[in-house]
Design a protein around this ligand. Structure first.
Ligand SMILES: N[C@@H](CCC(=O)N[C@@H](CS)C(=O)NCC(=O)O)C(=O)O
Length: 213
């Protein structure tokens, strides 16, 4: 048995790759390391019994390295992949591992915000500015010349941020954050990213109920 990974199917399209940033992170890690894998799409609105057996919490991604043992959580899964397939190394040095790590939660708060004066936009731009400063000093990737795990975690989240905020709020990453713009362009144009990304319409459909809750 080879490597298998269960990921989210698109909302309303059970045969199409969906919009889970944690699932894409695992797929990106496998693609960058050129590990062959079988992808299983899971309809999270109608979870099949076989899936609930291997993922009791009902969450994707779950990963099986070929030994039939299913592992949950993208933090754990990407660590296991790194240990099993060390080349090319995607290890991010500990001092850079948390760069950009608050961006996703700030994005979600701002996306769901109905009060334009609640500080959520400012909180997000502060985090993006911090990423800008880091990339200016150490870029083009978080760990310099080579892509690493922290970039593969952040890339799908920045894609969600870009697509969802433009769609729901007409908001764009400030133009003066030139290093962040170059970074997203470099990430989103990688073969691994193009192969594993969700279509914009599925990403928007995935956020719709949360934005209008
Ligand atoms: N901490 C987990 C988060 C995984 C997660 O939240 N996945 C979502 C989809 S993006 C999920 O499976 N949600 C369950 C559901 O929607 O029923 C990870 O990093 O893998």
């Amino acid at each position: 048995m080879g490597v298998e990974v269960c990921v989210k199917a698109a909302v309303g399209h059970p045969d199409t790759l969906g919009d889970c940033p944690f699932s894409q992170r695992v797929l990106l890690t496998l693609e960058e390391k050129k590990v062959p894998y079988e992808m299983k799409l899971v309809d999270l609105q109608n979870k099949p019994d076989w899936f609930l057996k291997i993922s009791p919490e009902g969450k994707v991604p779950v990963f099986n390295g070929g030994d039939g043992k299913w592992i949950a959580d993208s933090d754990v899964i990407t660590q296991v992949i790194e240990e099993k397939y060390p080349t090319p190394s995607l290890v991010t040095p500990p001092e850079y591992a948390s760069v950009g790590s608050k961006i996703f939660s700030c994005f979600v708060t701002f996306l769901k915000s109905k009060d334009s004066n609640d500080g959520s936009e400012k909180a997000l731009t502060t985090e993006l500015q911090a990423l800008e400063e880091h990339l200016k000093a150490h870029g083009p990737f978080i760990n310099g010349q080579n892509i690493s795990a922290a970039d593969l975690s952040l890339a799908p989240k920045l894609f969600h941020l870009q697509v969802a905020l433009e769609h729901f709020k007409g908001w764009k990453i400030p133009e003066n954050l030139t290093n962040v713009h170059a970074y997203t362009e470099a990430l989103f144009s990688r073969e691994s990213f193009i192969k594993t990304k969700a279509a914009k319409e599925h990403l928007i459909a995935g956020w719709e109920p949360k934005v209008n809750a």
